[in-house]
Write a protein that binds this ligand. Structure first.
Ligand SMILES: Cc1cc2nc3c(=O)[nH]c(=O)nc-3n(C[C@H](O)[C@H](O)[C@H](O)COP(=O)(O)O)c2cc1C
Length: 177
């Protein structure tokens, strides 16, 4: 039997049952802002990922480092403190689109945690440049997770982002069984 997400049961914002985990990495703030909107709509627990070694401030150095990390599938060490995903059935996971893929800090978190059987809803912020396929890339990192269609947002999505998130959740957070 399929069960639709409770968000469509009411026009009022209400919490999602079961309570989701929302994990995001952001370099310049856009992805965290999208994550906050997801939290406001779902009532989930939210956590921000930070790499142990901060990325360079200057764009040429940043781009150079990111290109190398993406090319080698490097998974940076993260600051400790991330919640265990064990008790969550639904996980929202977001990062900027970096060089057409998931930013290495989020890739690192996804790869290092056992997300078998979890429903994973990916989201990304981008600038309209090289497109990414977060679903495909995250399925490689978490082959046993149930990865749903991603939400792709330019910048932080502005004032309409909550409406987009609501629709995305309604279309993609269907519980099977
Ligand atoms: C190193 C680097 C690589 C990027 N690569 C892409 C890309 O391939 N495609 C794209 O659309 N945007 C790309 N962007 C733009 C970011 O995805 C965009 O600015 C996003 O809104 C940043 O999100 P954040 O504020 O959460 O870090 C890149 C930005 C940086 C810094």
């Amino acid at each position: 039997m399929e069960r639709a997400c409770p968000l469509e049961m009411t026009s009022k914002q209400r919490g999602l049952d079961p309570q989701p985990l929302i994990v995001s990495y952001s370099y310049s703030g856009n992805t965290h802002r999208i994550a906050k909107s997801i939290q406001e709509l779902t009532g989930g627990d939210r956590y921000e990922i930070y790499p142990w070694q901060p990325y360079p401030m200057a764009f040429p150095e940043l781009l150079n480092q990111v290109k190398k990390e993406v090319e080698h599938g490097y998974h940076p060490i993260l600051l400790p403190g991330a919640p265990s995903p064990v008790s969550y059935q639904v996980i929202f996971a977001g990062s900027p689109n970096w060089c057409g893929t998931v930013a290495p800090p989020l890739a690192s978190w996804l790869y290092k945690n056992d997300l078998s059987g979890k429903i994973l809803l990916p989201f990304d912020s981008h600038c309209g440049g090289v497109p990414a396929d977060f679903r495909k890339d995250i399925m490689k990192l978490c082959p046993k997770a149930d990865v749903r269609e991603p939400l792709e947002v330019i910048g932080d999505g502005g004032g309409l982002v909550k409406e987009r998130i609501r629709k995305w959740i309604q279309e993609n957070l269907i519980f099977n069984g």
